[in-house]
Design a protein around this ligand. Sequence first.
Ligand code: PMP
Length: 409
Amino acid sequence: MFNWENIFATRSSRMRASEIRELLKLLDRPDIISFAGGIPDPELFPKEAFKQAYADIFDGSSVDAALQYSVSEGYKPLREWLVKQMAGLGVPCELDNVFIVSGSQQALDYLGKLMLSPNDTALVTAPTYLGALQAFNAYEPSYDRLTPNGNRTPEAYRATAEQAGGRVKFAYLSPDFANPTGETIDLAARERLIDLADDLDIAIIEDAAYQSLRYDGDAIPPILSLEIARKGDIGATRTIYCGSFSKTMAPGLRVGFVVANAPVIRKLVLMKQAADLHSSTINQMATHRVAEAGFDAQVAKIGKVYSRRRDCMLAALARYMPEGTSWTKPQGGMFIWVTLPEGMDGAALLAKSLETAKVAFVPGQAFFADGSGANTFRMSFSRADDQSIEEGIRRLGGLIAGEMISRAA
Ligand code: PMP
């Protein structure tokens, strides 16, 4: 019997099953209250609008184009809509700065492929989006910890990267309502990050997957916007903005986008030609129609529901979590991040919780490139109703309190 390991490329050794995807299976078990998945509530998908959009496409003159191959850059009217949308976010750009991808996850893969040679360093926050680590891992990078609020010097980053055998290529972060913490990077830290990127001569990958999902507080300009304000023009920027319709509309469409300076976009277009030619023509067309007809109303509708669920979860945490635990208070997004006392283990807690409390969440360690963070976990409030949030957090709080007592004993 031969061994596939002799045939697989070295890069495949770093591709591992995602704990979260495994956990998503638990959502189907009726006895479990799950805060594990981080997916949108299907009740909020704009189903009627999409039904109408697809019907209009099929009944009209664009059906042939909708079912045909199309250009790798993406459907022009959708890119034009995005140019207007980005202008509203303080990012003046042109059509050749906008590129459609099959979900923003694809952009992360392409950007890893474009920038990372083996042993180059990617700076990521700790914790960071697990899917980004999965995307970058295939390109065999080394990771170093990005601390947007910290004071590590460029020299320190440079020295670590040299030791790893390459150079720093980019800093990846999700500045608004990050997955997994729900936290937002403040304006001053965004500005400092641009300084750092300039000093290290690296790119910034700005993952804006949750950017539209702000429920309170004032919006902070995207890093790309701040950099354009400094440098005058998107052509002079090093920030690559990755957006998505998955959280605002529906992830099954697989429509995301990249906004960046034209030379980067041109390379990404070549990668898309090699990978999948273009994103689904018909889904881009339908997305454009639905976005044009009511993107803001859709975002407002989602915000109302998710913000209530967030409030409900925060209130329940305050009521039921024992002293010694702490959690984030996000102004948007889908996630709350809980920190247990040092020495407690999120994965062990999950195993117990599934048996006794029957509550699911995601242990935090998988979100850390350096394997730290064992005493943390992620909860999503996007799909739970008020009663399950109240009941789930009550049971979980009880379980954690019990664990803390038996540890102290
Ligand atoms: N970035 C972040 C931070 C995410 O949480 C996700 C989805 N889980 C993505 C990117 C990818 O989303 P999509 O490919 O559906 O646009």
